[in-house]
Design a protein around this ligand. Sequence first.
Ligand code: GLN
Length: 445
Amino acid sequence: EHYLERIQRLDGELNSFITVTAEQALASADAADAARARGNVGALNGLPLALKDLFCTRGVRTSCGSRMLDNFESPYDATVVERLAAAGALSLGKTNMDEFAMGSSNENSYYGPVKNPWDLAAVPGGSSGGSAAAVAAGLVPAALGTDTGGSIRQPAAFCGITGLKPTYGRVSRYGMVAYASSLDQAGPMAYSAEDCALLLEAIAGHDPRDSTSVARGVPNYRDELSASLSGLRIGLPREYFGEGLDPGVESAIREAIKVYEGLGASVQEVSLPHTDLAIPAYYVIAPAEASSNLSRFDGVRFGHRCENPSDLIDLYKRSRAEGFGTEVKRRILMGTHTLSEGFFDAYYKKAQQVRRLIRQDFLDAFEEVDVLMGPAAPTPAFDLGAKKDPLSMYLQDVYTIAINLAGIPGISVPAGFVGRRPTGLQILGPHFSEQHLLNVAHQFQ
Ligand code: GLN
């Protein structure tokens, strides 16, 4: 009731929710009370949460921030939604996002932009901007986001909260509307690493319905939170402290690293030599996968259908023209182009080769150090409407995107402010090092 009242009072301005499910939430809260009375409690019993609006929820609209799915109700729950419910959590609703998770500012949503609760003139980041803003504003204690190229970590940084992108394959993608299937991963967004640990424990693990989910045990992610960091070897990627990094963000990150030195860690510079190829490789691979994934939205099987089509081709064309926004169309065009005969080898295949080199950069770095640290984004949150040209928006992802291409986990933790706007320290580790990343993040907090 506390959180629903805050949503009611504050979200008219913030716009962080697309759908609020107050009645279902109150019914689930009663069920949680009853479970507690019976002594039968899950780890998250009665915990209110919000879900980015691309997790399928039975009986509750899943819009993906798009007019295309404005009327879509899934007949089933995503695996992560099922798992959260089984742990006793209850959803307060579905959060705003960039359409089909394409964006870094939440300005590409059919439902309008979200405002940053720290400064209403600023964007909350994207694409999980609604989840980040809702947590930062205290509308909900935790939320789920997804991260294809930074969409958990960058909005977490912009809104001053903690956000974890797990290793690719750690969390089931079943029931998540697909953007780029080889990169997409769901993860927790909350105040602290400890809260993220609790949520990750509930959602992680093998799912036979997602063939890319990994059959590997799920540790108790809270067990090692307080382990000593004495002797921790921190690498600072030279390429993450170069041109384009805001001086205020840089000094906040350097201060954070001093805290770790104070905890007994050693710091050395490392190199990720293919960093400058990450944005071009990603913006070939992600749109290519998106153009394929989004072909299912044809006006027949899902979502928006145009009025009075003259024939089937007219139905496809007008339904897609009306249902998708500008950025989504741009990505479908780019992806279709790079996958087409005659261009495939030059673009898509080349990008996949570059992806392998980027992954190897990280594997080599983790031979020398235990974790990498740097900024989550090159600047603090920018003003709403400030980035009109798509390329300048894509450059926001410079420190986050390579991590998805490599499949490794990353966490952004609040690292102070530049003026009124928060900034985030990004911590990266080898595949399946979530427990260690949470330990390192927790010690900072
Ligand atoms: N900004 C990136 C994009 O638009 C990343 C988005 C994401 O992680 N979903 O593709």
